[in-house]
Design a protein around this ligand. Structure first.
Ligand code: AMP
Length: 266
């Protein structure tokens, strides 16, 4: 595998069912290197919910066609045994891995870091591209690369959205027509928070209008530490996750326009 690849290369790890969000990562990779490797691997280690794993959308033929037409030079869809020939060496995600997503998906980030670390070992990329869509994941991967001094540069990619603002996701195709319409509440809430003096309250207020959306969390955090933001926090980010009829949706937005209020945000 390693010997077939030409370096320097840029790597785009995915779980497949590719969409325009993934394509944007390939395009960023292509600006860095001629050789762009895209992996498609639905990593069981990061699914604490086996039903969620079983229902995860899969479309490998479509993925190969889309990745190659966008500029990927190598599409790799390994088996579990290729990725983990022995017992996986678990990379613990630490304290921040237990917050937010980690509360609702216990052990999720240990699984994410374990697979990303393993894929880096197998592919040895000079660059790897990750979306801001999974903001906590991006944070933890940057932290892992720093702490383990891995020889790879992490590049982050902005969130790609549908015309009505819904963040693109492989899971969106599982939404019913009604839930697809309801899902726009997330982007509306993020935008409203961004224009508000009290973004935390605005976020909750707008989300609560959609009774079918079951919130896992909706918070304003310090993007540098993942602590809940205070008025003094300069680098605020709104993060939201929840469920619509069994489909889990996640999104976030930098709070660049949010104005400071006199009280604490939380
Ligand atoms: P996934 O296949 O969902 O594991 O995602 C693979 C990569 O694509 C991750 O780095 C995601 O953050 C990124 N990604 C997924 N959806 C989007 C999106 N709408 N915009 C930008 N990047 C995305």
């Amino acid at each position: 595998m390693k010997s077939e690849l030409r370096h320097p290369l840029a790597f785009v790890p995915t779980m497949g069912a590719l969409h325009a969000g993934h394509q944007s990562l390939i395009k960023i990779a292509k600006q860095k290197c001629e050789e762009v490797v895209l992996s498609v691997f639905v990593n069981p280690l990061q699914f604490e919910n086996k039903e969620d794993l079983a229902q995860y959308p899969r479309n490998i033929d479509g993925d190969i066609a889309l990745a190659q037409s966008t500029g990927a030079t190598f599409v790799w869809a390994p088996t579990f045994e290729e990725v983990y020939p022995g017992d996986p060496v678990i990379i613990p995600a630490g304290k921040i891995g237990n917050l937010f997503e980690g509360v609702h998906r216990f052990g999720h980030f240990d699984g994410v870091l374990t697979v990303v670390h393993r894929l880096f070992e197998l592919i040895r990329p000079e660059y790897a591209i990750f979306g801001e869509k999974d903001f906590q994941q991006l944070f933890l991967i940057n932290q892992m690369v720093r702490e383990l001094e891995l020889p790879v540069e992490i590049i982050s990619a902005p969130i790609v959205r549908e015309d009505d603002g819904l963040a693109m996701s492989s899971r969106n195709i599982r939404l019913s027509t009604d839930d697809r319409a309801r899902a726009t509440i997330i982007y509306k809430a993020l935008c409203e928070a961004n224009g508000s003096k009290d973004p935390a309250r605005a976020l909750q207020r707008v989300l609560s209008k959609e009774k079918n959306f079951q919130i896992d969390y909706a918070e304003i955090i310090d993007a540098n530490t993942f602590e809940v933001a205070t008025v003094a926090t300069p680098n605020k980010r709104a993060i939201v996750a929840g469920w619509l009829s069994g489909v889990r949706l996640i999104d976030n937005m930098a709070m660049e326009m949010a104005m400071e209020s006199s009280g604490a945000l939380a």
